[in-house]
Design a binder for this molecule. Sequence first.
Ligand code: C2O
Ligand code: CU
Ligand code: CU
Length: 483
Amino acid sequence: MKRESQYLVARRGVLQAGAGLLFAAALPPLPAWSASPDHYRIAAAPARARLAGPDRPETDVWTYNGTVPGTLVRLRQGEPTRLLVENRLDQETTVHWHGIRLPNAMDGVPGLTQPPIRPGESFVYEFTPQDAGTFWYHPHANSLEQLGRGLAGALIVEEREPMAVDRDLLWFLADWRLTEEGGIAPRFGNRMEAAMSGRVGNTVTLNGRASEAESFRAGERVRLRLVNASLARIMALRFEGHSPVTVAIDGQPCDPHEPAGGRLLLGPAMRIDVVLDMQGEPGKRYAVIDDFYDGLAYRLTELAYEERPPLRTHPLDASLDLPRNPLPEPDLATADRHGLTLQGGMMSGMMMRGGVMQGAGMMHGMMGMGGGAAWAINGMSMTGDGHAGMEPALTFQRGRSVVLKLRNETAWWHPMHFHGHSLRVLSRNGKPVPHRQWQDTVLVAPKEVVEAAFVADNAGDWMLHCHVMDHQMAGLMTVLRVD
Ligand code: C2O
Ligand code: CU
Ligand code: CU
């Protein structure tokens, strides 16, 4: 008994120390908080941002409440929220709350779940987040350009009991293609790019700016929420001299584990929460490297230790387990089984003629592909952002357990995102995966076959698409219906 109460006191002390610092070091000053923490007013509007560094020109961006990333939305698990979104752009928009399980009408897909928000108009999103964790929000109209010009923000749903850490930090990562003059490079939706890796940029920002270093104190324990808000860039992060422990993926807690090879693989739209015990030496710096693309490794930032002596000598002795969210467990024995095959894109040996892709390989099995499409799912290409009258590829009876087999026949990586549900990843290429993580965005390697399961408990028509925005716009998208 005695032991336990001492432990609890210590734990509370840690939490209080952490609470005051929450995000303080990680985020620019917070814009436009509304009076009530559960009510937000978010305006999509143009602004300027200094993305590439103090000595580089400013960039014209599109923002939520004037900053990049947009206003940090912090919600409480199980408590209703209301978010008023105003459109001050000169084109239609919507907001999608990525990874949040919510009623279909609040999902933000134009045509499919709501009419688009026209310039000068607004829309009220109301929902009660069931799951605590790290999520994000972004437009679902003209997505490639709107996200590419900066419209994105983090959405954190707090656990009822915060985790015992000294600081809770957010690294909101985004990838920009900037010109010499600091502008956003034009020509979104280049057809050749759309059939390959998508619009990978040339400047990666951490909380809205290229980062030289992030400051840490020796001995502290940090929860680091990583969000990859890139249009196309896949990341594989290594923390020199440190061993991050993954505690949640896509907002869903998992068995705490060190990632394979010490690399955190983060496809576009994915989130990983890690716990980092800062066991480096005061005054030293350690690089954080992204080496996903062969020969294109770069330093994302450095962990810069303050000179101050360590906060504690031994790592904090507290649990790394986050409380599980109330996700229904699929019954694999009785589940309905369905397949989704990803097709298209450029392949080795493909020919380009007059800007149009040609080749037997690509065209094979793509009868449904219309103009501008480069990709298909089960032979059908839905292009753009979502619109009225999209026919579902699959229909599930509400409450049924479903096992989906995702078969990537293409030569490219695809972060496949499911709206309205989280899926338990069961196997890759026939081999059971450790930890069976819940994910809303499943990164599928070239030629890989992934099996994932869920309970189709959320009624409505739900988008399923690749989160490489060029791929989505060029046909790697479909609709799943829960009746
Ligand atoms: Cu994060 Cu359909 O999107
Ligand atoms: Cu989503
Ligand atoms: Cu893709």
